[in-house]
Structures are given as C-alpha cells and as structure tokens.
Design a protein around this ligand. Structure first.
Ligand SMILES: [Zn+2]
Length: 468
C-alpha cells in the first residue's frame, strides 16, 4: 500500500547537512480546548513540590522578566544564575549560566486565534494499555532493570537511567545524553545532525531502529515547550533499553518493531529558544537583538519563537501566505517571518523530511492533551489517517481535534507542510494538560504530565508505519 512516489520537495535552497554519523560526534552538541488553541500549545501546570535541579523559583511564572513588560515593546534585559553542564567538544554558541529571577504575578494573556474544538473529551486520564493490532508479543513483561514498569503513582519518579526528564531540559544536557545513549545502545541508536540553529547549535538527530521503514518525530519547535524534548529523549532511552533487555515494552514487541522500522527523532528543533527559556537572556548570542523584539508575554520563560523572533511552526511553506500573523515583526511568538522557510531550523527539518522516505510524522507540542490530525485540504488524500488518529486517541486518551478548516489558523506548521508535501499522515500532538499559564510545566511532574499517557506513542506510530 505504501508507495514511494518521488515528490518534489519545495525547498528553496538546499544545504548539505553536516553528517556526523557515529557515536562520538565531537561537535554534537523542546482556551479553545476550552476556547482557543494556537497554532499550538496552550499553557502549563505549576507544581510546588521539589526535586533535583532547578529550585522552586524556576517554576514561578516570571523569571527572566523584562522590567517593563508591555505588549510589543522592546524588552529590557533581566537577571541571575545557576550552574550548567558544559558540553565537551561543543563548538556552538557558548551556553552560559542559567538565571533565575524572582517571581511576579501570573501573566494573563489571551491566545491569538486558535484552532478548533476537540471532538471528544477524554484528555488527561489514566493511561490505557495499548493493544497493537498486529505485532504479537512474546513476553508481556514491562520494562526491565532500571526502569520500573509504569507507575500507578504519577508523582513517583521511577524512570531511571541516562535521561532525567524531571528537571528543565537543556541543549547541553541533551548532547551529553545523546552521546551516552549511543554508547550504551550502539546496536540500536546512532546519531546524526540535521542542521544548525541560528546560533550554531546542532539540530541533533537520534536514529532509533534498524529497519527500512522510517518515521520522524520532533519536539520543541516552540521554546517554552522543551518538555517535549526530554520526552523524546526519554522515549529513545526506554525503547532502546527494552530492545536490549527484554525485547518488549508494554504490549509492544519493541524488538520486532525496531528491527523493521527506524524512528528518526529530532528532540529539539529550536535549541536557541530553549536556551533562552531555560538559561535566560544573558546567555543568548545577541541579547540586544532579543531585547528589541516584541514580547507577547511577560517573561522570557514564555518565549516560543527561535532566536530571530520567528515562530518556527508558522514558517513552513504550506498555506504560509494565508497564515494569520497578528504581530508582523520579530517577536517572542506568533511572527511567521518575512517569507516561508527563511529560518535554518525550518530548512533543516524540510531537508531532512525530503531526504528520507518518512511514512509518517509527529510533531510534539505542549498543553492541551489533544491531537491535530488533519487539514481540510489533505484529509481525503491520506488514506487511513482517521482510523489511525482514532487509535492514537484511544491509546493516549488525548482528544482528537476536528479537521482543521481554516488555513489562516492552521497553516504553516510542520505537520501541515508534511501532509501537503507528502500526502502522508502527520500529527501535531499536544502533550500535557492545558493550564492557565504560558510558562513551562513543572518538570518534576513529568510522569503525570507526559509520560503516563504518551510513552507508547513512538512504538504505536512505528507499528502503524509498518502496516502501510
Ligand atoms: Zn507549540
């Protein structure tokens, strides 16, 4: 059923990516649910309890807050410090020390025009066990050794190992984790680089699997949603560990799936933006330039765009001209750019997607526990996508959004472009429950916010790809 039609990629200028295959990349350096859903991503859930890493102040709603916050006004620069790992061999922009400021009052903002309303309502509930239709499972055993089986207690942090998703996830840490994962599971994980960000950080590509049939998963198009990066990294680790140990994960035969499929993962599409969110404006390459951009939220913790102030999920050449742009100039979010695919991160994702025969794609965002699965223009041209979306919804208990009707609302996202370009399934998955803020979630609640519902998504999608 699957055809390899040679499509013509709409990439304007093609760059060669640096290909650094291997395990030691010296340079290898995340309410309309009630009301409105933006081209993605609503807002977060703040916790009070503590764990490792950042202290409580990090999760307050206004750290890195410019002095006189005001919509559309340039921002003065903010504040303080914390330690951060240095990445040996990393030659990109130096990643400075994080800054943690005091708190302010909560930011109340209304999201711009959003997408549509969910069809059903099952967001954020306990996780159902998946029942993949075709891959038989040898051992029903859950995860082995270090990782205990999915814990019934959401707050119990049982996921152990290399990737620590319970603290704000940084680019530097991701690089370190990638190297360790590749060294620990060389039989199933390899690393590559899909391109570079504006500030020169590598857009790391984790290849998980040995098979011919490929799918692509990506996270953190939006800076403040970096929890999607730690999620994808944890996914890679858990699947690799299961592959190595028991061959099974939940009800999935991970051995069989990863022998026949390969999951390409770009955990952090927007590393410069994540750096700003997590480390603060003192650590960006051009602080003045960032300060001159429009701030649509009060703090840098709520930044979504890349470091050029372009919203990367409004940049793809898919109905870009029709895409609504309420700001029209470089900003913390919502600016679609002067033209489609001007940003290096977007170009890299397009090149990667065109260079590989991905059977399907999923782009991860945060806040909403919903799945965007189709646009009006392409829904009838992608066979089986609705059934797949329904199964994914059942697996995750995330609600399915209605087919997106209006290009001025849905246009120019990665998933929209992928559907249009390849006429294959592409999902925009909003992990985590919607809450009333725009600051990142409390990472200490990773299990409850993300993992319990989303841990099987990668295997589900790879399994689906094998059927097509
Ligand atoms: Zn988003």
């Amino acid at each position: 059923m699957h055809q390899h039609q040679g499509h013509h990629c709409s990439i304007r200028h093609t760059r060669q990516h640096k290909v650094r295959l291997g395990t030691r990349p010296a340079l290898l350096p995340a309410a309309v649910l009630l009301l409105v859903f933006l081209a993605s991503c609503g807002r977060p859930v703040m916790g009070k309890d503590m764990s490792q890493g950042k202290d409580a102040a990090f999760y307050e709603e206004t750290v890195f807050t410019p002095e006189a916050p005001k919509n559309d006004d340039p921002m003065p620069a903010p504040v303080s410090k914390t330690e951060q790992a240095h990445v040996p061999g990393y030659s990109g922009t130096p990643d400075p020390l994080p800054t943690i400021g005091p708190e302010n009052e909560p930011v109340k903002t209304s999201e711009p025009v959003g997408k549509t309303m969910p069809e059903n309502t099952s967001a954020s509930s306990p996780v159902p066990e998946p029942v993949p239709s075709h891959t038989p499972m040898p051992s029903p055993a859950p995860s082995p050794t270090r990782t205990a089986a999915p814990s019934p207690t959401p707050q119990s942090q049982q996921l152990q190992g290399i990737v620590n998703p319970y603290v704000p996830y940084t680019y530097d840490q991701m690089i370190i984790d990638c190297q360790e994962l590749a060294e620990t599971y060389p039989e199933i994980i390899s690393l590559d680089v899909a391109g570079q960000s504006v500030e020169g950080r590598d857009l790391v590509l984790v290849k998980l699997g040995k098979g011919e049939k490929k799918i692509i998963l990506c996270g953190s198009h939006h800076a403040r949603e970096y929890i999607t990066s730690s999620y994808l990294m944890k996914m890679a680790e858990e699947y690799a560990k299961a592959y190595h140990d028991t061959g099974s994960y939940g009800n999935y035969n991970v051995k069989d799936i990863l022998d026949r499929a390969c999951i390409y993962i770009v955990p952090m599409v927007n590393p410069d933006g994540v750096n700003l969110v997590v480390n603060g404006p003192d650590h960006v390459g051009d602080k003045e330039a960032v300060a001159a951009m429009a701030m649509l939220r009060k703090s840098y913790r709520e930044w979504k765009a890349n470091i050029n102030g372009v919203d990367l999920n409004r940049q793809y050449p898919a109905e870009w001209e029709k895409k609504y742009d309420e700001i029209g100039r470089p900003a913390s979010e919502s600016y679609k750019g002067e033209a489609p695919s001007t940003e290096p991160e977007v170009k890299a994702m397009m090149e990667l997607s065109c260079a590989n025969d991905f059977i399907l794609a999923a782009s991860f965002h945060s806040k909403g526990n919903v799945i965007y699965w189709a646009d009006r223009g392409t829904v009838d041209l992608i066979p089986g996508v609705k059934d797949m979306a329904k199964r994914l919804s059942k697996l995750t208990r995330y609600s399915l959004m209605p087919v997106s009707e209006d290009p001025s609302v849905y246009g120019a996202g990665y998933e929209n472009w992928f559907r249009l370009e390849f006429l294959r399934p592409a999902f925009c998955i909003e992990l985590t429950p919607y809450n009333n803020t725009d600051v990142p979630h409390d990472d200490r609640k990773f299990d409850k916010l993300v993992w319990n519902n989303a841990k099987y998504i990668g295997l589900f999608l790879a399994d689906e790809a094998l059927k097509r």
